[in-house]
Design a protein around this ligand. Structure first.
Ligand code: HEC
Length: 180
């Protein structure tokens, strides 16, 4: 009996050492790994001017729409509208899919494609699709047109939106001149 107890105690002790040892190993390694990136970024954070200069690099403020449109190209936009094509036609007379036909949408009255059952949210907007309104709608459809049926999260990248709008302009014969 005594020997068995001793063996059991030995076993428990061994298990404890194993657990503690593993813990030490894991916790011992982790702090050594993590401080590595810190010293390299520390010198930048030193002066307030360096920090201020760094901030725009991580969250660059968006250019106003006229500037973004001036830099945009329809060709890039055509590649970016691939995400829209599951729901929209862009070719003339392409017809309604999940969403209305977008040929000629720039300068077109909102919610105006005959035979498409628009949501009340979109119908309530009124007016024509201007560059500014398209920019806002495409940023976050549900925020610009509450209750819209367009279940698309939006294009948060302002430059990408400008390219898409430039492409929409290129397929809109009645598009007004872009904002300056
Ligand atoms: C999941 C399907 C879906 C995707 C993806 C989608 N749309 Fe739509 N879109 C719709 C629907 C549905 C409507 C009608 C909205 C309503 O009635 O509220 C709509 C409406 C619109 C309108 C208003 C048209 C009008 O006649 O007033 C524009 C402009 C538009 N979408 C552009 C886009 C662009 C550009 C993209 C891609 C960046 C896109 N949509 C992606 C489904 C979609």
């Amino acid at each position: 009996m005594g020997i068995t107890l001793q063996k059991m105690a030995g076993g428990v002790l061994f298990a404890l050492i194993l657990v503690v040892g593993l813990n030490l190993l894991v916790n011992g390694i982790m702090p050594v790994e993590t401080p590595h990136p810190a010293p390299s970024s520390a010198p930048h954070a030193g002066s307030p001017t360096a920090t201020a200069g760094q901030a725009p690099a991580t969250a660059a403020p968006e250019q106003p729409l006229p500037q973004r449109l001036a830099a945009a190209t329809a060709a890039k936009g055509q590649a970016d509208v691939k995400v829209c094509q599951s729901c929209h036609n862009f070719n003339e007379g392409g017809g309604t899919k999940v969403g209305p036909d977008l040929f000629g949408v720039v300068g077109r009255p909102k919610a105006a494609v005959a035979g498409f059952a628009y949501s009340d949210g979109l119908k309530k907007l009124g007016g024509d699709w201007s560059y500014e309104d398209l920019d806002k709608f495409l940023t976050k459809p549900g925020a610009f047109a509450a209750g819209t049926k367009m279940t698309f999260a939006g294009l948060p990248d302002g430059d990408k939106r400008a390219n898409v709008i430039a492409y929409l302009k290129s397929i809109s014969p009645n598009a007004p001149p872009p904002p300056q």
